[in-house]
Design a binder for this molecule. Sequence first.
Ligand SMILES: Cc1ncc(COP(=O)(O)O)c(C=O)c1O
Length: 364
Amino acid sequence: MIRCNDVQEQAQDLTEAFFEQWRNVLSTGDFILGEEVTRFETWLSGRCNGAQIVSMNSGTDALILAMRAVGVRAGDEVITCANTFIATVGAIVAVGAYPVLADVEEDELISLQTIEPVLSDRTKAVVTVHLRGRPVDMVPITAACRARDIAVIEDCAQAIGTLIEGRQVGTFGDAAAFSFHPLKTLGGLGDGGALVTTSTKIAEYVRGLRNHGLRSRDEAFGFGLNTRLDALQAAALNIKTHYLDLWLQRRRAIATYYDAVLADTTTGSDLGRGKAGSAYYHYVVRSHRRNELQQYLAHKGIQTAVHYPTPIHCQRAWLASRSAVSLPVTERLAKEILTLPCHPHLSDSDVEKIAVAIRDFDLK
Ligand SMILES: Cc1ncc(COP(=O)(O)O)c(C=O)c1O
């Protein structure tokens, strides 16, 4: 089976390197935060234009603390999209705010045009999701939000390596949340995340909140979370950082190949339409016969996935407590999208096999 992700292969390739690094960590006795975590934060800061980094337990916690840091409070409205992982909206609910869902463009991304109809006097923040590693058009959104005193938080969980004019996303808004979940392009061997910000005030506040709100061992300035990054996770990530650019390069090369070979098929090429700066965390095509195509590919030994089959406003979690929302583009795309394998462990012949299978399906 050609698999949709390479989590296992990556872990196997790097097993020896992990154990060697972990032996050092074991000898220090520093298992939470510490040197490896500082090294990882310094590396991420370098990728993000020297921004401040507060690593933590997950991307979800980074979203929650980003919202608290920009002043989102109970009853505030926070705008985001519905075609995202549940955590984006879950984080808004976790701080007691009211999620307001905007539709997306045909490239699956939220835009100023889709946000504008749902802006209100109660809008406190907008969470832009760089879905699939595709860059949201941030500049008009941040300009419009700044003019209205609305905070902008970037959900960069899928966007390590995503660029806008050569600059890593994550410093266009007030704060950003990254995820280092094992499935991510840069994934640990367990949960991990980071808040990124250019604001020293936000960074210091969140650095306290990730550690129970403690300023020192015995002095708490507020009530926070226990969401620190473990040294063993940071050590694993510090090994993977050496490979990240190679992995990103390979993802882009595979995407370029698919773009060329699939352009004249009915699925077409990636829904991001070759958008510059995409990190191709997912490569997504669409088909009116999506389920049939997925089954056809499975029979040929090709695993695919649907990210995400049920938009948030169609989830039981939403319907149980909130009023109905109509998001026509989001709803239509959810029925048609299919994520193809696009990761560094695919061989050229795997990639060719996938493209040929889609072309064959087209002729059926
Ligand atoms: C778009 C998006 N937002 C948020 C998250 C949450 O990240 P984590 O799993 O690290 O909590 C994820 C990850 O799965 C994601 O894909």
